[in-house]
Design a protein around this ligand. Structure first.
Ligand SMILES: [Zn+2]
Length: 310
């Protein structure tokens, strides 16, 4: 077990919080321990899985998702998309990132390139980085500038290249947040904007769902759990200022956690369909969540806007 917090380097005391989790979403066999730093509040897996272990987990994780780079309704009608996301609680970088003319943008962990493709179609000079070699090839064949991530300690771009970088639900998967922040600092221009979206460990829903907060825990894939305080601590250490942060609760996350609570024997929740996935229930849940979101301050998905210092 670590004797120092990986995030703030404080020596762990005896009364540190520890607990173990199973994989309820993909059904990988095993259990994983988490520890919470009493000083900065960061929660980390202990021990952090090795690169080889993670490769094995991800080999199980990859599924037969198809890649669709056609122009979606969301990209054709941005106002309608924004309104829908306001109701659904979905976090979409296209809704809040303003790109100045000529700016260089990076989508790190671009996955199936949905956001990247939309920015690209709007004439924005955007690049992407992705772990899956297969996805990288498909994106490149479509004319998108997507580079393969060969190591998590090296972002495959040169120094001072980007004005805007965003990572949507990626940061919590990384083995070493310090090395990664150094890399982000290296590839960004001074004054550049960095946007991170990730599960909020201070969310009210974490307290409600406890071990069933599977949207956030997602063992063994989510290695670190931050809140505004612990993430700000990390960012400031690496030369960034916090511009703004907020949180919102995506309905899809809430629904996953609700199913984890109601179906305790189910361990492949990502593909498990139930009554709660029906359209009418989803809309009702969205409305309920928007009312609750007004009443609470700590919601499920944390978004932080950082700026590289001069
Ligand atoms: Zn700490």
């Amino acid at each position: 077990m670590n004797s120092f917090c990986i995030n703030c380097h404080t020596l762990f005391s005896q009364n540190i919080q520890k607990w173990s989790l199973n994989d309820r979403r993909k059904g990988l066999p095993g259990s994983w321990n988490l520890i919470e730093c009493g000083h900065c509040g960061v929660i980390s897996m202990a021990p952090i899985p090795t690169e080889a272990q993670l490769s094995r987990y991800y080999a199980e994780y990859s599924n037969a998702e198809s890649i669709d780079l056609s122009v979606s309704v969301g990209s054709r009608y941005p106002r309608l998309r924004k309104l829908f996301h306001f109701i659904s609680g979905d976090v979409d970088p296209r809704d809040f990132i303003k790109v100045p003319i000529g700016a260089r943008v990076l989508d790190y962990g671009c996955g199936l390139a949905g956001y990247l493709n939309d920015f690209h179609n709007r004439g924005i000079r955007i690049s992407g980085a992705e772990v899956s070699g297969e996805i990288v090839k498909i994106c490149q064949n479509k004319g998108l500038d997507v580079h393969e991530i060969k190591s998590f300690s090296r972002i495959p771009f040169k120094d001072n290249e980007f004005d805007i970088v965003y990572l949507m639900q990626v940061f919590e998967h990384l083995r070493d947040p310090h090395i990664f922040m150094e890399e982000l600092f290296r590839i960004m221009k001074t004054g550049g904007c960095l946007y991170l979206a990730l599960p909020n460990s201070s969310s009210i829903w974490r307290k409600v769902f406890k071990k069933n907060w599977v949207s956030g825990w997602f063992a063994p894939f989510h290695l670190f759990h931050f809140n505004k305080k612990s993430l700000s601590t990390l960012a400031v250490q690496h030369g960034f200022d916090v511009v703004k942060s907020w949180s919102q609760t995506p309905e899809s996350w809430f629904r996953l956690n609700l199913k984890a609570l109601l179906y305790p024997e189910e361990n492949q929740l990502d593909s498990y369909r139930s009554f709660f996935d029906s359209r009418i229930i989803r809309y009702l849940v969205m409305l309920l969540l928007r009312i609750i979101d007004v009443l609470v301050t700590e919601r499920d998905c944390l978004v932080i806007h950082l700026k590289k210092k001069n």
